[in-house]
Design a protein around this ligand. Sequence first.
Ligand SMILES: CC(C)(COP(=O)(O)OP(=O)(O)OC[C@H]1O[C@@H](n2cnc3c(N)ncnc32)[C@H](O)[C@@H]1OP(=O)(O)O)[C@@H](O)C(=O)NCCC(=O)NCCS
Length: 255
Amino acid sequence: MTLSPGSTELTLEPAHQPEETPVPSLAELTLEPVHCRPELLDACADLINEQWPRSRASRLHSLGQSSDAFPLCLMLLSPRPTPEAAPIVVGHARLSRVLDRPQSLLVETVVVARALRGRGFGRRLMEGLEDFAQARGFRRLHLTTHDQLQFYAHLGYQLGEPVQGLVFTSRRLSATLLRAFPRAPSPRPPYKAPSVTAQTAPRAHKGPSLPLPPPLPEPLTSSLPPPAGLPPQSLLEMQYQDLRGCPIFWMEKDI
Ligand SMILES: CC(C)(COP(=O)(O)OP(=O)(O)OC[C@H]1O[C@@H](n2cnc3c(N)ncnc32)[C@H](O)[C@@H]1OP(=O)(O)O)[C@@H](O)C(=O)NCCC(=O)NCCS
């Protein structure tokens, strides 16, 4: 990947981030699990809350659940600008196991710091997490998006079908609680999505043999299974909506 180190100055909103920080160099970025860098939990929570405001306690609780057993939160980090300063949290994404698809992961909460967007960090984050997942034996990534369809298509993702993400691993939800989730939409005229053409071909499989992912944990979810009786989603049509009834695109990529 071409490096584009800039001398531009920028301002990051979270209070703990330095007010003026050199734009990180793509070559220096690392991708690290949140639970390996607990000292950066606050900065990561601020980064996510900058995009999707939520109570700090709730965000920290969610990030605190990150573990090697999934769900797992990854941070895109820039090295500390000065020896005394903390590394800059440039981006975040969460990976969860998928019900009945042991070689799949669900990618959620993908975000790059507002002041750093449009400089290649989103691509670096996505390609980094693909490498991360592939190195652990996973073969397919799934995600949803409301309005970043073209970004993901540009990175090789195609429209796909809903999967059930396994968010909680500690206990199984009761059938009563599961029935309380709203049902997926009933059949209706398909929503016409913008044409999706991946301009970047998926990267070739790297490395000879990779470990198989560990067995799936007990299934629990925040995402809904595909609506029964609906035909598969085509490249130009989408038939899904989120829990608030907003149109949503399911996308996937083989890695
Ligand atoms: C979506 C997001 C992560 C992208 O990060 P980014 O750093 O701005 O993206 P990049 O600069 O790395 O862009 C990577 C490539 O995608 C392209 N791209 C980015 N956004 C695009 C868009 N909306 N449509 C089409 N192409 C897009 C860029 O041109 C770039 O192409 P190139 O690498 O071939 O030059 C970032 O905008 C963000 O955090 N948005 C708010 C949170 C959000 O919506 N997250 C997604 C939730 S589903």
